[in-house]
Design a protein around this ligand. Structure first.
Ligand SMILES: NC(=O)c1ccc[n+]([C@@H]2O[C@H](COP(=O)([O-])OP(=O)(O)OC[C@H]3O[C@@H](n4cnc5c(N)ncnc54)[C@H](O)[C@@H]3O)[C@@H](O)[C@H]2O)c1
Ligand SMILES: [Zn+2]
Length: 360
């Protein structure tokens, strides 16, 4: 059964639908009658799901065009955005038209940014097709483009009017991308909701088999957590920072390896284990809980150790540049149990010891 979760920001509302086989009904689900839609997708997702989406839009009386952008992180660029602005304007898209972002986090971030800025902002409906995008990036309205100097340096907050997460599409995800998305699910379990953690622990086989019913339940639960947090802290100033668990080292690893060695979720998985080790050393997390986290990560196929050693000073200095850090000290989200976290300042010596245990 389709679950509907509402994210209410007063003047703006977003409805998040999670279910199986939703893409074939998209024309019925989207708001508005006889509306014009620009579907932004990529050459991997388009042959798998593009026709289904367009057919359904057409069947329900909507007009549509489809724009492909290359399947690459490089599509999160001002150049790619500019090409889309020109195409939208040439095709006569107006203020009341709507963009649909059909793809993973890359397509979602680009489509979201274009929607945030074209004609000072038009509606966007996110149709996330990766697990990572369904549980995380499609919800919350953050959009971002990369500059040569770094990731997500240009962006805007622009809430989607609707998020349609069809878990059936996760069947075609490459293994690495699926497991990378699981890291963000584990993140919710440790940082916010022990029931998500327990759900994963007791259903490892079904998760690894990509059982649709379980995925539906898991994606819905994670969407509800994220929606609740965004509703309280849209602009990332308080509670939303807790969702950064695992990301302090995770981002540092991605930057230090030029985004080439690790998928985002893999780096986050290593970062979560690292944070758990730091927390245990500080006496905030029991050894048996650290073990529980490490065991779940392993059964889901998540990495807990780095591939190769990297320069430690560089990693620590990157962590000091993290958005939570202040005054030359690393501040990190630390688990104090399964489902509870604190943000805490960490001494360099402790970081060094935990990096050593993480194979860094
Ligand atoms: N805006 C946010 O709040 C936020 C949060 C986290 C991450 N992000 C961003 O998300 C991006 C990563 O997203 P991602 O992990 O989804 O990567 P991605 O968008 O690159 O997708 C991964 C791969 O899976 C393919 N794919 C997508 N759906 C598929 C399907 N159903 N079947 C088969 N293949 C499919 C894609 O074409 C791509 O090759 C990063 O750019 C990151 O910065 C944004
Ligand atoms: Zn993340």
């Amino acid at each position: 059964m389709t679950e509907e979760i509402s994210l209410d920001l007063g003047d703006r509302k977003c409805s998040i639908l999670v279910g199986r086989g939703l893409l074939g009904d998209i024309g019925k689900l989207v708001p508005g009658k006889n509306r014009r839609f620009a579907v932004i997708t990529n050459p991997t997702v388009n042959p798998l799901y593009g026709k289904q989406v367009l057919d359904s839009l057409k069947k329900h009386g909507h007009a549509h065009v489809l724009y492909d952008v290359p399947d690459s992180e490089a599509s999160k660029s001002l150049d790619a955005a500019n090409q889309l602005y020109v195409r939208l304007s040439d095709a006569g898209f107006e203020r009341d038209s709507c963009i649909i972002g059909l793809g993973g986090g890359v397509v979602g971030d680009l489509a979201g940014f274009v929607a945030a800025t074209y004609m000072r902002g038009i509606d966007i409906i996110q149709v996330p097709t990766t697990l990572l995008a369904q549980v995380d990036s499609a919800i919350g309205g953050k959009t971002g483009l990369n500059l040569p100097g770094g990731k997500n340096l240009v962006g805007a907050f622009h809430q989607p009017v609707m998020v349609i997460s069809d878990v059936s599409v996760l069947a075609t995800l490459p293994d690495r991308d699926y497991v990378s998305g699981l890291a963000e699910v584990v993140k919710y379990g440790i940082a916010a909701d022990p029931e998500v953690f327990a759900l994963l622990e007791s259903n490892v086989d079904r998760i690894n088999r990509r059982d649709e019913r379980l995925l539906e339940k898991t994606v819905a639960r994670c969407s509800r957590i994220k929606a609740g947090i965004v509703q309280e802290d849209e602009r990332d100033r308080g509670k939303r920072l807790l969702l950064n668990f695992g990301h302090t080292l995770g981002h540092a690893l991605e930057v230090a390896t030029g985004y080439e060695t690790y998928r985002h979720g893999e780096a986050v998985a290593i970062g979560m284990l690292f944070a758990a080790r730091v927390s245990e050393k500080k006496g905030l997390l029991k050894a048996k809980e650290l073990k529980r986290i490490a065991e779940l990560a392993e059964t889901l196929g998540l990495p807990s150790q780095a591939e190769d050693r990297l320069e430690r000073e560089k990693l620590i200095s990157l962590m000091k540049g993290d958005k939570k850090s202040r005054g030359g000290k690393v501040h990190m989200v630390l688990p104090t149990g399964i489902g509870t976290t604190v943000i805490s300042e960490i001494q360099d010596e402790l970081l060094t010891a935990a990096l050593e245990e993480t194979g860094l």
